[in-house]
Design a protein around this ligand. Structure first.
Ligand code: PRT
Ligand code: MG
Length: 211
C-alpha cells in the first residue's frame, strides 16, 4: 500500500476520465497536467499527496485490489467481469452510463444448434444465461463484437450500447437488456481502514455530488 498520508487513484483515459474529471475537480483533485495531453501515467493533482494513475479500464480493479492504488473509478461492466473480490464499491458515480444488452440480427433463420454468443464479457454472459437455464456457446472477443454475427462467427453478441447507433449501423438490434451500467468508485479494503480519515471525506463528497 501507499504511504498513509498519500492517496493514489486509478483511472482510465477516455469516456470515464472525461466524465470523472469534473467530479474530481469539484473535490480539488484536479490534475496539474491535462491527462489527455501528456504521456505521463502518474499525474500529480492540486491536492498535495493525491495522485492519479492512468491505466487500462480493465486493469483498474487489479491495481485497487492489490493496493497499488487506494481508490479507482471503474465501469460496472468491468467490475462484474472482474468478480469484485477484495474491493469496496461505495459510490455509484452515475457517469459513463450505458446498457449491457444481448443483440442480434433483425431476422435470422431457425438454428438447429446451440446458440453462439460472442462477447468480451464472458463471465457476465455466462451468469446471465445460467440464470435463465439456457445452454449457450460463448466466444471470447476483445473488440468489435458487432462484426461477429455479420461474418457468421456468432448468432448473438453481448455488448454495451449507448445511442445504439453502432448496432444499427451493423444491422443488429438490441434483444434483451442484461443490466444498466455506470461507473463506480472502488476502494482497496486495507486502505479503507488504514486511510479512513483521507478516504471517508472523498466518499461523502462524491455521494453528495452524485445523488
Ligand atoms: O478503449 P480501450 O480498449 O482502452 O478500453 P475501453 O473500451 O474499456 O475504454 P472506453 O473508454 O471505451 O470505455 C470505458 C467504459 O466506458 C466502459 O467500461 C463502460 O463502463 C463505459 N461506457 C459507457 C462505454 C459506453 N458507454 C459505450 N457506448 N463503453 C463502451 N461503449 C461502446 C459500445 O460498446 C459501442 O461499441 O461505444 C460504442 C458506441 O456506442 P453507441 O451505442 O452509442 O453506438
Ligand atoms: Mg474503447
Amino acid at each position: 500500500m501507499n504511504r498513509s498520508h498519500n492517496l493514489t487513484i486509478a483511472v482510465s483515459k477516455g469516456r470515464i476520465l472525461t466524465e470523472a474529471l469534473p467530479l474530481l475537480t469539484e473535490l480539488g483533485i484536479r490534475p496539474v497536467e491535462a491527462p489527455e495531453q501528456t504521456r505521463k501515467l502518474i499525474l500529480e493533482t492540486a491536492k498535495p499527496g493525491i495522485k492519479l494513475v492512468v491505466v487500462r479500464a480493465t486493469d483498474v480493479p487489479t491495481y485497487v485490489e492489490y493496493g497499488a492504488a487506494d481508490l479507482g473509478i471503474a465501469g460496472k461492466d468491468v467490475l462484474l467481469e472482474y468478480g469484485g473480490k477484495g474491493l469496496y464499491e461505495p459510490v455509484d458515480l452515475k457517469i459513463a452510463r450505458c446498457k449491457m444488452v444481448l443483440a442480434g440480427p433483425k431476422k435470422e433463420a431457425k438454428l438447429n444448434r446451440r446458440l453462439r454468443v460472442a462477447t468480451k464479457y464472458i463471465k457476465t454472459t455466462r451468469d446471465y444465461f445460467a440464470s435463465r437455464g439456457e445452454q449457450v456457446e460463448i466466444i471470447k472477443l476483445y473488440g468489435s463484437m458487432e462484426l461477429a454475427p455479420l461474418l457468421g462467427l456468432a448468432d448473438r453478441i453481448v455488448d454495451l450500447i449507448d445511442t445504439g447507433n453502432t448496432l444499427k449501423a451493423n444491422g443488429l438490434v438490441p434483444l434483451e437488456l442484461i443490466t444498466w451500467i455506470s461507473s463506480r468508485l472502488i476502494v482497496n479494503t486495507a486502505a479503507m481502514k488504514m486511510k479512513h480519515e483521507l478516504i471517508k471525506p472523498i466518499i461523502n463528497q462524491l455521494e453528495q455530488l452524485c445523488k
